[in-house]
Ligand binder design. Structure first.
Ligand code: ZN
Length: 300
């Protein structure tokens, strides 16, 4: 076993709810759950949720406005809904996911519910008309389908696959093994991260890892190992983490994307975080999980 298998925690994927997909068209059951005052509702206007003290605000059904009533599921004896309101009237208490995502870790039971709700809201926000015939779409299946009354086609929520990878070189687990971190064009001097990019049509995830690494830093990758995944609905991504084993360490950077890239041994990386040469990765990102797993130690 290599060191890359240590600490594969993925901050936003810990405890998920039961989505109860079979109940999404059961109107009597949905009405009964909505009538329960213990049911919790997240109200979303456009793609913004109500938040207080940096945490999303869950209200009772009686306090929720009209909108697309979306079943999220059940967790710890509560039923959870989102109400998606097609409305951009907002004040400072209405925030996007970026404003609260780091705080979701303080409430890990609710984090997957918030990601589920915001992912659907982002989809509703941009999916108003049938892509085949242009007619207005009607929500069905408790917010999880949009149906075209004219041509009869149904639209389903979209998820964009994105790969994020720790590129490593050298004998795994040895003092000589190195990880490649890069600073994006326009980033602060000390902000280095793992590479990432979107899957293209007709491509495997492993080939997307190899292509993105080649395009951004000109490094050839051989073996690609899956690490883990977590939802990232900003607005519609699933982040798929990989360990990419480089064939050699020669860099040819794409200056439009990458300002600087460096190979670090574990000792060099730990020292760089300690003395502030490098900023730590964003706390809930797969980037941090990948780096910590490779390093074999927490860095936050
Ligand atoms: Zn249509």
């Amino acid at each position: 076993m290599t060191s890359t298998r240590l600490l594969p925690h993925l901050a936003l994927s810990r405890r998920s709810h039961d989505r109860l997909g079979v109940r999404r068209s059961d109107d009597a059951w949905l009405a009964e759950r909505w009538a329960d005052p213990k049911t919790r509702v997240l109200v979303i206007r456009g793609n913004r949720m109500h938040a207080a003290d940096g945490q999303p605000t869950w209200v009772s059904p009686a306090d929720a406005p009209d909108g697309v009533r979306t079943l999220l599921g059940q967790h710890d004896g509560h039923t959870y809904f989102a109400v998606i309101v097609d409305d951009k009237e907002t004040g400072p208490e209405w925030v996007g996911l970026r404003a609260v995502v780091a705080n979701l870790l303080a409430d890990p039971a609710h984090a997957p519910l918030v990601l589920h709700a915001i992912g659907l809201a982002e989809w509703h926000l941009v999916t108003k008309h049938c892509p085949r015939c242009g007619a207005s779409l009607t929500p069905r299946a408790a917010g999880h389908e949009l149906h075209c009354p004219d041509c009869g086609r149904t639209q389903f929520p979209r998820t964009d696959a994105a790969v994020i990878m720790a590129v490593v070189h050298g004998e795994p687990g040895t003092a000589e093994e190195r990880i490649l971190l890069a600073r994006g064009a326009g980033w602060p001097e000390a902000r280095f991260s793992t590479l990432a990019g979107f899957l293209e049509p007709g491509e495997t995830l492993e080939d997307a890892v190899r292509r993105e690494v080649d395009e951004e830093v000109g490094v050839r990758v051989g073996d690609v190992e899956f690490f883990g995944n977590q939802p990232w609905p900003l607005p519609a991504s699933l982040m798929l983490g990989y360990i990419a084993h480089a064939d050699d360490m020669t860099l040819h950077l794409d200056p439009d994307e990458i300002a600087e890239a460096r190979w670090f041994t574990r000792a060099e990386l730990a020292a760089a975080y300690d003395d502030g040469t490098l900023l730590r990765p964003f706390g809930v990102s797969i980037s941090q999980s990948l780096v910590e797993a490779w390093l074999g130690a927490a860095i936050s």
